[in-house]
Design a protein around this ligand. Structure first.
Ligand SMILES: *Cc1c(COP(=O)(O)O)cnc(C)c1O
Length: 421
C-alpha cells in the first residue's frame, strides 16, 4: 500500500470512529479535552478474545437510567466494582464449566472463602471445617470468625459420623474439601452431603483441586462451590483470583450482597488473564494430571519413599471415593520418606531439585516442591512421617522431572542411605 493511500485509510478509520462532536465544546480547555476521548471501539473488529474493560465509573446516558439499573441481577452496568463486560463474561464461563447458575469473582481464593463465611454466618452460628482443609481458611474460621461470635469446629473428613457428633442446633455451614490440602485424602462427599441434608446445613466445597473439571459439586447436591482461579484457571502463575458459584437463587442473593458490601471486585486485566487461561484449561489439566500420575507411580518404586498420596493411586486414602466421584485429578501429590528422616534431610532433598521451584501455589507452568511439617499440622495420625513433600507438576517434560527427582535423591543420598525398615 502506497504511503499516501495508507495515511488516507488511517484518516478514514479515525473519521469513522469519531463520536458526535455537537455536545463537545470546541473551546474546552486541554484538561477537559483530555478526559473526553472521542474513541469508540472499531466496527467490524471481531477478535477471538473478549475485550478487556477497565472501569471504576460507568456512565449512564441520563439520571433515569442511573435510577433504574440494578447491579444485583447482573442485568446492567452500574459501577466497576459491581462488574464489567469482562468480569461478567468470566463469571458466565465459570458457571458454564461447573453447571452453576450464578458466580461472583473475588480478588483471591482466600477472599472467596471469606466471602462464603461472611455471607452465610452470623453471631451465635457455628461452622464445621475439615481438619485437613486449606490452612488459611481453617485459621480464618477459628481465629477471625471467633471474634464475631461464630464458632468453628474441625471435623474428621474421613469420618462422616464426626459431622453428626459435632453439629449443634446453631451449626449452619459445612465446609468440604476434596481432596484435603497437602495430605490429599479424598472424603466420601456423598455421605457428608447426606449428613448435611439431614442436619439442615448449607454445604460449601473448596473445589480448587478439580478446576471445575474433575469433580462436579452440583451433581453431588453441594450448594456452593468455591475455587481459587489462581491455580489452574489462570495457569500462568501470574494472577490471584477466586470464584464462588451456586445454583441457588437465595444463596446467590446473600453472596452477592456480601460481595458488594465487602468491596470484592476484580480488575479487568486480571479477569482477562483468566479468560485467556480458560482456552487451554482442559489441555493443561489433562497433561498435568497424566504427568502427576506417572510421577506418583515412579515414586512408589523408589526405595527412599515411604508413602505416596494421590487420590488416583490405589492405597491412597479415599481412593475409592475418588474413583466413584471424579473423572480426573490435578497434577498434585505428596510423599513421605521411608524410615527416620529428619526434616533437615527432607529440606536437603528439596534444595537439591533443579527443575522444581520452591514456592506456594500450583497449577502454573513450572513444577513446585514444598516440604510440609504434617506432623505439626495434622497431629497424631502423622507422627510416623512428620514431613511430607508436596509436588505440584507443571508443564515440563515428565521424563526430565523424573530425572530431576532421581538426581535429588542421589545428591541428598547421605540422608537416606540407612533407612530403618
Ligand atoms: C490456593 C488455594 C486457596 C487460596 O487461593 P489464593 O488465590 O492463593 O488465595 C484456597 N484453597 C485451596 C485448596 C488452594 O489450593
Amino acid at each position: 500500500m502506497a504511503k499516501n493511500e495508507h495515511e488516507g485509510r488511517l484518516e478514514q478509520i479515525a473519521v469513522t470512529n469519531r463520536m458526535p462532536t455537537a455536545d463537545r465544546g470546541q473551546n474546552d480547555a486541554l484538561a477537559t479535552q483530555l478526559q473526553h476521548s472521542t474513541y469508540r471501539p472499531p466496527e467490524g473488529f471481531d477478535a477471538v478474545p473478549p475485550p478487556i474493560h477497565r472501569a471504576s465509573t460507568v456512565l449512564f446516558p441520563d439520571t433515569g437510567a442511573m435510577r433504574s439499573r440494578e447491579w444485583r441481577e447482573r442485568t446492567g452496568y452500574t459501577y466497576g466494582l459491581h462488574g464489567t463486560p469482562t468480569t461478567f463474561t468470566l463469571e458466565r464461563r465459570l458457571a458454564d464449566i461447573e453447571g452453576a447458575r450464578h458466580c461472583v469473582l473475588c480478588p483471591s481464593g482466600l477472599a472467596a472463602i471469606a466471602l462464603v463465611n461472611l455471607a452465610l454466618l452470623q453471631q451465635g452460628d457455628s461452622v464445621l471445617v475439615p481438619a485437613n482443609g486449606y490452612g488459611p481458611g481453617v485459621e480464618l474460621a477459628e481465629r477471625m470468625l471467633a471474634r464475631f461470635g461464630i464458632q468453628a469446629c474441625r471435623y474428621d473428613p474421613l469420618d462422616p459420623g464426626s459431622v453428626v457428633a459435632l453439629a449443634t442446633p446453631s451449626t449452619r455451614l459445612l465446609w468440604l474439601e476434596a481432596p484435603g490440602s497437602v495430605t490429599m485424602e479424598m472424603p466420601d462427599l456423598r455421605a457428608l452431603v447426606g449428613q448435611a441434608r439431614t442436619l439442615g446445613l448449607v454445604t460449601a466445597i473448596d473445589n480448587t483441586w478439580s478446576a471445575g473439571i474433575a469433580l462436579k459439586p452440583f451433581e453431588l447436591g453441594i450448594d456452593i462451590s468455591m475455587q481459587a482461579l489462581t491455580k489452574y484457571q489462570s495457569g500462568g502463575a501470574d494472577v490471584l483470583m477466586g470464584a464462588v458459584l451456586t445454583r441457588d437463587a437465595s444463596l446467590y442473593a446473600r453472596l452477592s450482597d456480601a460481595h458488594m458490601w465487602t468491596g470484592q471486585g476484580v480488575g479487568g486485566d486480571d479477569a482477562g488473564l483468566v479468560l485467556r487461561g480458560l482456552h487451554s484449561l482442559a489441555l493443561r489439566y489433562a497433561a498435568q494430571d497424566a504427568a502427576g500420575r506417572r510421577i506418583a507411580q515412579w515414586l512408589m518404586s523408589r526405595p527412599e519413599v515411604g508413602r505416596v498420596f494421590h487420590p488416583a493411586l490405589e492405597g491412597s486414602p479415599g481412593h475409592a471415593f475418588w474413583a466413584r466421584d471424579c473423572v480426573g485429578a490435578a497434577g498434585l501429590l505428596g510423599f513421605t520418606f521411608r524410615g527416620d528422616v529428619a526434616p533437615a534431610d527432607v529440606d536437603a532433598f528439596v534444595d537439591a531439585l533443579r527443575l522444581f521451584g520452591i514456592g506456594y501455589s500450583w497449577g502454573g507452568p513450572t513444577s513446585l516442591a514444598v516440604p510440609y511439617d504434617v506432623g505439626a499440622m495434622r497431629g497424631r495420625t502423622w507422627r510416623d512421617a512428620p514431613t511430607l513433600v508436596r509436588l505440584a507438576i507443571g508443564l515440563e517434560d515428565v521424563d526430565d522431572l523424573i530425572a530431576d527427582l532421581a538426581q535429588a535423591f542421589t545428591r541428598a543420598h547421605r540422608s537416606f542411605d540407612a533407612p530403618r525398615v
